[in-house]
Structure formats: structure tokens, C-alpha cells
Design a binder for this molecule. Structure first.
Ligand SMILES: [Zn+2]
Length: 202
């Protein structure tokens, strides 16, 4: 493999990127000047060293601590836990400033025919976090998956997995309301839509 093929293979691992698009990225980067390439390499190196995954909500954050700012924030509402598929969904909801409780990032969605969902997203870690948070006063779990087929399947899977612990501890499980139109990816929703979806959760 030459350097161009190696770079192409790396870009092909990005979500939704095939061979042709990967090649376009490669030639784009190659066509940029030395300074751009230097900045790209430095930014990746810096992220590699300074960005960590939170031990509680599992999102990526810049810092050396074991848990992120929101997870150690004493002001965060401990009665609520909001579950999202991806870091970008976490960002969209956090940025909208309509929700002030705890979060959990699944790390993706569950494909419809997946036989072992616990190998695809962090369901074991989720159960452990819910158990820990029950002791801290958790009352409601909000599932905030995208309104796409795999998002809806993820919602159903999470509900099924959490049902026993929710029944045992009398936790309410809700999903974001239909303010989000079908096919919507949470990360592209505006603040007003996220606010309405949270208020009309059911
Ligand atoms: Zn966290």
C-alpha cells in the first residue's frame, strides 16, 4: 500500500464514506498547502492526547479528568437521565439549554436486524449507570433517539433492556415527543424543536 492508498483506507472508515468520497478527501488534503497539513496533523495529535471519554456518560471531552464537567457538576439534576445515540446529539441538546439533567451516550444506534445489540452500543454500561444513579435519586429516563428506522429500533431496544430495573425502582421511561418530524437527526434540530420535543416527551 502506498501513502495515498493508506490515507484512503483511513478515510473509508468514517461513517457513510465510501471509496470514491474517501479518495476525494485524500486529494483534497494533498492539494492543500504545507501549513494546512501541519495544522491538521497537529490538531489530530492534540486531540489524541487531550480528549478523553467520560467514565460516566461516555462522551468525549477535552480534559484529563475521569469524568466530564456535566457529570461532576453538582447543579445537574440527578433525577433525570437523558440517553442519546451520539456525541453530536449530546452537543445539540446541551447547546439548546433546555435540559439540565444527566446524560448517557450510547455510542451509536442499533441496526434493525442486529442480534447482539449489546455488542454494538453501550447497553451494559447503561444498566450499570442507571443502577448507580438510582442510588443518587434518579426518577426519569428520557430516550432521545433520532426519528429514523434505526433510531426507533434503538429506542425500543433501550426500553426493553431497562424495563426490569425501571419496574423495580419505579422509574419513568419517556421518549422525545413528535415535535421532531420523521427522519430527523437530532443533531440537525434547532433549539425550539428540541425544546418542544423535550416538553412533549411521552
Ligand atoms: Zn460525562
Amino acid at each position: 500500500m502506498d501513502e495515498i492508498q493508506k490515507l484512503t483506507a483511513l478515510f473509508k472508515e468514517f461513517p457513510g464514506i465510501g471509496e470514491r468520497q474517501a479518495k476525494r478527501f485524500v486529494y483534497f488534503v494533498l492539494s492543500k498547502d504545507y501549513d494546512y497539513k501541519e495544522r491538521l496533523v497537529n490538531a489530530l495529535n492534540a486531540a489524541k492526547e487531550s480528549v478523553h471519554q467520560c467514565g460516566e456518560c461516555f462522551r468525549f471531552f477535552s480534559g484529563k479528568e475521569d469524568v466530564c464537567f456535566n457529570c461532576k457538576n453538582p447543579q445537574a439534576d440527578k433525577t433525570m437521565l437523558l440517553i442519546v445515540e451520539r456525541d453530536s446529539d449530546y452537543e445539540a441538546i446541551s447547546r439548546s439549554r433546555n435540559y439540565f439533567g444527566k446524560y448517557f451516550v450510547l455510542g451509536g444506534s442499533v441496526p434493525i436486524l442486529e442480534k447482539r445489540p449489546e455488542d454494538v452500543v453501550r447497553l451494559r454500561e447503561l444498566i450499570k449507570q442507571v443502577e448507580n444513579k438510582v442510588a443518587e435519586g434518579l426518577q426519569e429516563i428520557i430516550i432521545a433517539c433520532s426519528l429514523t428506522p434505526s433510531g426507533e429500533h434503538t429506542d425500543e431496544t433501550v426500553r426493553r433492556i431497562l424495563r426490569p430495573i425501571a419496574e423495580k425502582h419505579n422509574l419513568k421511561i419517556s421518549s422525545l415527543g413528535r415535535g421532531l418530524s420523521t427522519g430527523t437527526e437530532l443533531e440537525y434540530s434547532d433549539n425550539a424543536t428540541i425544546k418542544y420535543a423535550l416538553e412533549s416527551r411521552q
